[in-house]
Design a binder for this molecule. Structure first.
Ligand code: FAD
Ligand code: SF4
Length: 517
């Protein structure tokens, strides 16, 4: 038999590391082979947090080892392999030329650009490309499009209820378990000063991860973050241990403190499962089932379990659906005409704003900030300042352990920057420093006062909040959910509004004087 020739070449991308994913359906170890490649282009098209690079490369190498143990033939392109062409298309060409497959099989990528590149590469190489539905998700891209097409307006709540019914999750017949679909109202507690969340399970790097850490240190000496501090799960077994640890120790309080923020507590009661889910080390069904089992065993209350299910089943599937339904145009949306660059302080935490400084510093340290820090501190600050939504997304891809295009783009351009003009959410998430003061302890150690919009102690978030409302008044005045905020703006005198504008203009030019991207 000609060992150089293969029947099917299964291309596995860095965010599809499930050894039983749809791309392996019908895999015949005697005739088929796998291609996994560490791509310099993917690792550097935006500057990337070095823990994120370690995560991807280490998890890919662990998958390679697991597949080889099964007896699969794996063509692996290590980043420092001299033959590695550095791009996915280049690597595909090299392997297709050498092994002359009848077809290349890939699971739907998580990035529109990658899908486009692969289609173009396959066409050039005159090889069949079989793009398979991604079985990792509970809904499919095609079903979401059918659902979305006849609706005037998309809303998470309706979509989420539909999935709950369809998959019979937290249902008692036709009714929701606990008598309500939504327990958000119970999930807005501030963390008491004396409360300290149990630390999440972390993972000591093994030999493979240590080699990757060295590689990342040498190849990406200037990227953000310290790769030597890497401690995320890199295999399905580790991801399962991280899930079990979350369910036992943090799920019971996940709901009530879901919106809280606290100095020195970067993870609080959050699960830290997003990177494992997004690389497909963990199946969302397993995460949901584990939470439901904790509820059935009386180990976690309904507000926590429903809150967690809403994130994994609701938001995660919803944003993916919107991404594929609206791409490629979605990436360019900028409904509020925001045109400033991302300030350098979002990379280096060099700012007196304590909320922003703490959130960015923890991001550099762990490549992680939890949802409310993303939405109501970092995203809020960027939106109030008026940063271009796509630039915020690029920054996001650079800094977060869990960022993949399909999930970052709708969350950033849509949910946090309102660049999509209301496809994801019904109004901008805009608030003053008073919100941050209510939900965190950041303001007590800050030199600014969240209640002041002008003067030396004025909180920049508060100044920019009023300025945001003024400058977007015409764009947003038709939005009834903004009525209360505009009414409060109208209570300000003309003199106050002028002073706010002067201070906001100074802040904008001062804060964006230094940029990195
Ligand atoms: P938990 O708070 O424990 O939530 C459980 C799980 O629910 C998460 O692991 C995640 O898989 C899912 N989830 C929760 N909210 C969302 C959401 N809005 N969209 C999709 N999934 C959700 N999530 C990413 O996975 N990657 C991103 O690049 C990303 N970018 C974001 C950018 C902004 C501006 C905002 C506001 C949110 C973003 N999110 C993103 C969603 C959410 O903030 C993260 O999934 C979450 O903070 C990850 O931490 P965790 O695993 O501890 O989540
Ligand atoms: Fe942030 Fe303003 Fe509070 Fe300071 S006072 S921590 S800048 S919200």
């Amino acid at each position: 038999m000609d060992r150089t020739k293969v029947r099917n070449l299964v291309l596995v991308l860095g965010d599809q590391l499930d050894p039983d994913g749809t791309a392996f359906d019908g895999f015949d170890p005697d005739r088929d082979a796998v291609l996994i490649s560490e791509s310099k282009e993917e690792a550097s098209y935006v500057p990337q947090h070095r823990m994120r690079l370690v995560l991807f490369f280490s998890a890919m190498r662990h998958l390679r080892d697991a597949l080889e143990k099964r007896g699969y033939r794996v063509f692996y392109g290590a980043l420092d392999d001299r033959a590695n062409r550095g791009t996915l298309a280049g690597e595909l060409k090299r392997r297709v030329k050498a092994s002359r497959p009848e077809r290349v099989i890939v699971t739907e990528p998580g990035d529109f650009r990658v899908l486009d590149d692969l289609k173009a590469a396959a066409k050039r190489l005159e090889v069949k490309l079989d793009v398979r539905t991604d079985g990792h998700f509970l809904d499919s891209v095609a079903d979401f499009a059918l659902y979305a097409e006849d609706r005037k307006q998309l809303r998470l709540e309706n979509y989420y209820r539909r999935l709950r019914k369809r998959h019979d999750i937290l249902m008692k017949g036709e009714k929701p378990v606990g008598g309500r679909w939504n327990f958000d109202a119970d999930n807005r507690e501030r963390l008491p000063d004396s409360n300290s969340a149990p630390k999440p399970k972390r993972f000591e790097p093994d030999q493979t991860t240590r080699e990757v850490i060295k590689l990342v240190e040498s190849q990406f000496p200037d990227g953000p973050g310290d790769p030597r501090k890497f401690d995320y799960p890199v295999t399905p077994a580790q991801a399962r241990r991280a899930l079990d640890d979350f369910i036992a120790k943090r799920l019971p309080d996940f709901g009530r403190y879901q919106d809280a923020m606290a100095s020195g507590q970067p993870f609080l009661y959050h699960s830290l499962l997003s990177s494992s889910l997004n690389l497909h080390l963990l199946d969302p069904r397993d995460a949901i089932e584990a939470a439901l089992a904790a509820y059935a065993d009386d180990k976690a209350p309904i507000n926590a379990v429903e809150g967690f299910v809403r994130q994994v089943l609701g938001w995660r599937e919803f944003v993916r659906g919107v991404y594929w339904w609206k791409m490629p145009d979605y990436a360019d949306l900028n409904a509020l005409d925001a045109d400033l660059p991302m300030p350098a302080l979002m990379w280096d935490a060099d700012t007196e704003m304590n909320c922003v400084r703490q959130s960015v510093a923890q991001l550099v340290e762990h490549a992680y900030a939890h949802h409310i820090q993303r939405l109501m501190v970092l995203g809020l600050f960027a939106m109030l300042l008026g940063v271009r939504p796509y630039d915020v997304h690029r920054w996001h891809l650079s800094m977060y352990i869990d960022a993949v295009d399909w999930v970052s783009l709708p969350n950033v351009v849509g949910m946090s920057q309102y660049g999509d003009g209301g496809i994801i959410g019904s109004k901008p998430y805009c608030a003053s420093g008073n919100y941050i003061n209510r939900m965190s302890d950041y303001c007590k150690d800050c030199r600014f006062d969240p209640s002041q919009a002008t003067g030396d102690k004025a909180c920049p978030i508060t100044t920019l909040y009023w300025d945001f409302l003024s400058r977007n008044r015409n764009r947003l005045k038709g939005n009834r959910r903004m009525g209360f905020q505009f009414k409060n703006l109208d209570r300000k005198s003309a003199g106050e509004r002028r002073a706010i504008k002067r201070r906001a203009d100074r802040l904008k030019s001062h804060l964006t004087a230094k940029t990195y991207l």
